[in-house]
Design a protein around this ligand. Structure first.
Ligand code: ARG
Length: 460
């Protein structure tokens, strides 16, 4: 018989059991469910709402059940619907009537809200940790590539010379913000809903604060209706995770481009590449492509959650059971993508010469050539026009600006002198860009220093 079977005169259809049940996806919250129940029953005993000896027996048995689950000794039942009723059913089967006191002053509505919050808190710690490993890898690669000149792009057209370190540290900033966003999201996950009952609290003198501190929550929720019907925190997390994936996906796109023979900036390690079943020469960047592809799932989770919630009247509605697969899928995807992406980066071979040659070939020093004339007294707009003509001349001759002879330079402006060659060499172009945030070695080194301070500020 169902735990809620009292008012029913017949059993549910088997189809109904399958349809209604969430055990095949919410069983992963077994640990949180048991810890939540343990805190609840401890409070029920302490406050005298149920006899202390009953509370003690329930508490002890809950942990025995936890052990048995972890040792694979328990199979959950679809007919018991969800993880909450599965565990309660097992408890009652072990200690009989005493076990029936556990659910005093509680509803599955506040119970499930508690479990998800606990589960998401735990997962955020893991994801943050993986982001931290990625940040450390970016710092390491940046330090190794402070002098690796490459073209910076706008519109995917070669624009101005930068270094690979500068480029990688741009991603550092994105993933750093992702960690900060997660931290902020956790502030709102970290609110304890138990004690809200089905929707309208309870007449028992529950000590909600005690449960909150037992379970290491920052505070208790303020309004019982909101507590059981709020899934903002899951939506917010899905949004944070979508942004993580968006960053990984942009980075993946660049990795994929850089691996092409047209760019040939990097070669991925064999351990993180695949071949073709027909074309013997192929080496494909599947990791980056899958990360880019899986981004869609996480966005999908966010949209599912938003759509699932948009028409729900207060308070709990069964629609909300759909929250779990969506947010779990987003979490699983991010947990899967981050470590392999980090390893792929860590092991890639960087073809420094190709990067530099590409920067040389693409007139990436044209702005510096214009700036050179400005420093000789020519207004920037006029300098821009002169160098535009110079580039057009070079394109016709298929050479780069620094290949021009002194006579050729003079034909564009008599102000150009021998010092032009050092002024427009790529190393000067990069290292004279000393503005904070720029690509010069000095500036990138200070970005790395600040990055380290951030990483050290993260709790271990
Ligand atoms: N499995 C349910 C869920 O995930 C638990 C809450 C059920 N509450 C209810 N009143 N039927 O949402």
């Amino acid at each position: 018989m169902k735990l809620w079977g009292g008012r029913f005169s017949k059993n549910t259809d088997e189809l109904m059991d399958d349809f209604n049940s969430s055990i095949h996806f919410d069983s992963r919250m077994y640990r949180q469910d048991i810890l939540g129940s343990a805190a609840h029953v401890k409070m029920l005993g302490t406050t005298g709402i149920i006899p202390q000896s009953d509370a003690d027996l329930i508490y002890k048995t809950l942990f025995e059940i936890l052990d048995d689950i972890e040792n694979g000794k328990i199979e959950f039942e679809v007919s018991a619907e969800d993880i909450h009723m599965n565990i309660e059913t097992i408890l009652i089967s072990r200690i009989g009537d005493v076990g029936k006191r556990l659910h005093t002053g509680r509803s599955r509505n506040d119970q499930v809200a508690l479990d998800i919050r606990m589960y998401l808190k735990d997962e955020c710690v893991k994801i943050k940790d993986k982001l931290k490993t990625l940040l450390l890898t970016l710092i390491k690669l940046s330090e190794e590539n402070l002098d690796t000149i490459m073209p910076g792009y706008t519109h995917l057209q070669r624009a101005q010379p930068i270094t690979l370190a500068h480029h990688l540290m741009a991603y550092f900033q994105m993933f750093r913000r992702d960690i900060e966003r997660l931290d902020d999201c956790v502030k709102r996950i970290n609110i304890m809903p138990l004690g809200s009952g089905a929707l309208a609290g309870t007449t028992y003198p529950l000590d909600r604060q005690m449960v909150a501190s037992e379970l290491k929550f920052d505070a208790i929720s303020e309004n019982s209706l909101d507590s059981v019907s709020d899934r903002d925190f899951a939506i917010e997390l899905a949004s944070c995770l979508s942004i993580v994936m968006m960053h990984l996906s942009r980075f993946s796109e660049e990795i994929i481009l850089w691996c092409t023979s047209e760019f040939s900036f990097i070669e991925l390690d064999d351990a993180y590449s695949t071949g073709s079943s027909i074309m013997p020469q192929k080496k494909n960047p599947d990791v980056a492509e899958l990360v880019r592809g899986k981004t869609g799932r996480v966005y999908g989770s966010l949209i599912s959650l938003l759509t699932m919630m948009k028409g729900l009247p207060l308070a709990y509605n069964k629609d909300m059971q759909e929250d779990k697969e969506a947010i779990f899928n987003a979490i699983d995807t991010v947990n899967l993508c981050l470590p392999i992406f980090t390893k792929m980066l860590d092991t890639m071979r960087i073809k420094k010469d190709n990067m530099k040659n590409s920067a040389k070939g693409g007139f990436t020093n044209a702005t510096d050539m214009a700036d050179y004339l400005v420093k000789k007294g020519i207004p920037f707009r006029d300098a821009h026009e002169i160098i535009g003509r110079m580039v057009s001349y070079c394109l016709d001759k298929n050479i780069s600006i620094d290949n021009l002879s002194m006579d050729e330079f003079k034909s564009f402006s008599s102000l150009i002198e021998e010092d032009v060659y050092t002024a427009i060499c790529l190393e000067t172009c990069v290292n004279e860009r000393k503005t904070p945030g720029g690509p010069s070695k000095i500036s990138v080194m200070s970005q790395i220093d600040n990055g380290r301070v951030f990483i050290n500020s993260l709790k271990a």
